[in-house]
Design a protein around this ligand. Structure first.
Ligand code: SAM
Length: 228
């Protein structure tokens, strides 16, 4: 599948399921705690600027706003129009949270004439053609002493992993656009694992200090890097 075809099908998928996705993204047990932790891992100070790539329906944006306060700036970028509408509704009370339509691999940040202190991407790199390359670009965008934070669901390594991984595999198959299994070239959960491993590994390579954690029964990996 070409990059533009997969990006069109991702937008169609998240556009169609925006309302349901929003519920899952904000109400699944364990996920709000993970989002607060991911925002804290960005190590923001009041007044800082933070960018979220693939912000979806905006579930992380209030936590990021909490970290930068009224004097900071939060920019959420996503390429799916319908999820951005929900993100705008969710953050309507904040005038320093900006939700922008654009591609996370070519972020529309030319007009942002301030340093980016941190960048967050949760459950996004698995959807990119070249996740490690995107992480490199994001690290370049943030620059020395800034932070890049990734959170992604991948198979668990915990002792109780087999049933958790079986559920995880079913969720990935059902939630990966396109949803018809016949169209997959290889097994989606294995392809997703490879992409996520590559992205987190690249972030570790680019960082001078790293925080690695797992959450939600070991299924969600959180990696924060302070750039060297
Ligand atoms: C699984 S959702 C995660 C949303 C949000 N980060 C969260 O944690 O709930 C993936 C999101 O990434 C967006 N996305 C995927 N690839 C993208 C790209 N290249 N540029 C911008 N957004 C992208 C999709 O539109 C979707 O909203």
């Amino acid at each position: 599948m070409s990059a533009s075809t997969s990006s069109a099908s991702a937008q169609e998928f998240y556009g169609r399921w925006a309302r349901l996705y929003d519920l899952i993204a904000r109400r699944t047990p364990g996920i709000p705690r993970l989002r607060r932790r991911a925002a804290a891992t960005c190590r923001l100070e009041p007044g800082d600027t933070v960018v979220e790539m693939g912000c979806g329906t905006g579930a992380n944006l209030p936590y990021l706003r909490e970290q930068v306060g009224p004097g900071g700036t939060v920019i959420g970028i996503d390429f799916t129009r319908q999820v951005l509408e929900r993100a705008r509704d969710l953050t309507a009370e904040y005038d320093n949270v900006h939700v922008v339509r654009g591609d996370a691999t070519r972020p529309p940040l030319a007009d942002v004439n301030r340093d980016v202190d941190a960048l967050l991407a949760t459950f996004v790199v698995g959807m990119l053609e070249d996740p490690a390359g995107a992480v490199d670009d994001w690290c370049d965008l943030v620059g020395p002493d800034g932070h890049v934070v990734l959170a992604n669901a991948a198979r668990s390594d915990e002792w109780y992993a087999p049933p958790v991984n079986a559920v995880f595999r079913a969720i990935v198959v059902l939630s990966t656009p396109p949803t018809t299994k016949l169209r997959y070239e290889d097994q989606p959960h294995l392809r997703l694992d490879r992409k996520i491993d590559g992205a987190h590994a690249r972030l570790r390579e680019r960082s001078s200090a790293v925080a690695d954690e797992t959450h939600v029964f070991g299924v969600v990996r959180l990696t924060g890097g302070r750039l060297g």
